[in-house]
Design a protein. Structure first.
Ligand code: ASN
Ligand code: ZN
Length: 322
């Protein structure tokens, strides 16, 4: 059965042995949001050195360092997004503390979820600026955390590309939600606020037109070379079987569906994809994602509804639905 606000509340009430009349209070309190930001002080990028020194925790005022404040604010927006739209209480749906470490390594051009926390580099100031600057980047990395508590998609081949795809979908939706952008206003770029623009690059990825975030640059320089159709899927072994490459295929399908539905992407397309993120399993492939989202759309909005047809059309555009 599909989750809606009422059934989620019932599930939550049952799990916590609460009576339904106490659930309303539970659904409106924000006590579940709990953030900690640590400073790695540019020490080496070593897992055993994480998280570093605690510099700001929940309820504390902003500090001088913008990277600390961005990690705090943007992980807060991410919490609010999952809570307010899906009644999800943090990454694990049980109030898990959102831990971020900033200033990881020296000139480090990446950010990641390490299985229990976020870590952000400062960038080299040639290709990338500090990674906390991008709300979509923070939302992307934290969504890897949500996936680790839900579908647990393997980080390899098509399952890995779906893992990357869902991180991009919710990364951009969090940004669109905070900025109140509809599908036409959104730019559908990932990482445009952290990449330093050049004639050859304008973002890390472009969900609407995969493969166009870089322009005639054989070195790529921080951008991902993405196909926009299943017939051009990368089948080599780099990048864990192309997890950041082949995510362009479902990214395009999602974007097409959201554009055809119109309005705010998080309201309908986002709900369908959130439910899919819960239903998929560690070895789901693109076919499975396509069928799952089409079935959810039919169940949520009705068979042959505009939403159902838009999701079908999205997958047809990339060659993954008859
Ligand atoms: N920033 C990258 C990502 O989240 C790190 C990685 O390759 N896992 O996809
Ligand atoms: Zn990722």
């Amino acid at each position: 059965a599909l989750r809606n606000i009422e059934t989620a509340a019932e599930v939550r009430a049952e799990r916590r042995l609460l009576w339904p009349d106490t659930v309303a209070a539970l659904l409106t309190n924000k006590e579940g949001k709990n953030r900690e930001v640590y400073d790695m002080l540019n020490r080496p990028n070593r897992r055993d050195l994480l998280p570093g020194n605690l510099v700001r925790k929940e309820g504390q005022e902003p500090v001088e360092d913008p990277a600390v404040n961005e990690a705090y604010e943007y992980s807060g927006f991410t919490y609010d997004f999952y809570w307010e739209l899906f009644n999800r209480d943090s990454l694990d749906d049980s109030g898990l503390t959102l831990i971020s470490s900033v200033h990881l390594g020296e000139n480090y051009n990446n950010a990641f979820w390490n299985g229990s926390q976020m870590a952000y580099g400062d960038g080299d100031d040639i290709i990338f600026r500090r990674f906390t600057r991008g709300l979509d980047v923070v939302g992307h990395e934290l969504t890897h955390g949500v996936i680790s508590f839900t579908s647990r998609l393997a980080y390899l081949d098509e399952a890995g590309a779906i893992n990357e795809h869902l991180a991009d979908v919710f990364g951009t939706l969090i940004k669109q939600w905070v900025q109140k952008q509809d599908v036409e206003e959104a730019n559908w770029l990932i990482g445009d606020e952290i990449i330093i623009p050049a004639p050859t690059r304008r973002a890390i990825r472009d969900m609407k037109n995969p493969g166009t975030a870089y322009i005639n640059d054989p070195d790529l320089n921080g951008t991902d070379p993405q196909p926009d159709h299943y017939s051009n899927k990368y089948t080599g072994t780099q990048d864990n079987g192309g997890v950041h490459i082949n995510s362009g295929i479902p990214n395009k399908a999602f974007c097409e569906a959201a554009l055809q539905i119109g309005g705010f992407a998080w309201e309908k397309a986002g709900r369908i994809w959130y439910e899919a993120m819960l239903q998929l399993t560690s070895n789901s492939n693109f076919d499975k994602l396509a069928n799952t989202t089409v079935n959810i759309a039919a169940e949520m909005f009705g068979k042959n509804s505009p939403e159902h047809n838009a999701v079908i059309n999205g997958w047809q555009t990339v060659g993954l639905y008859e």
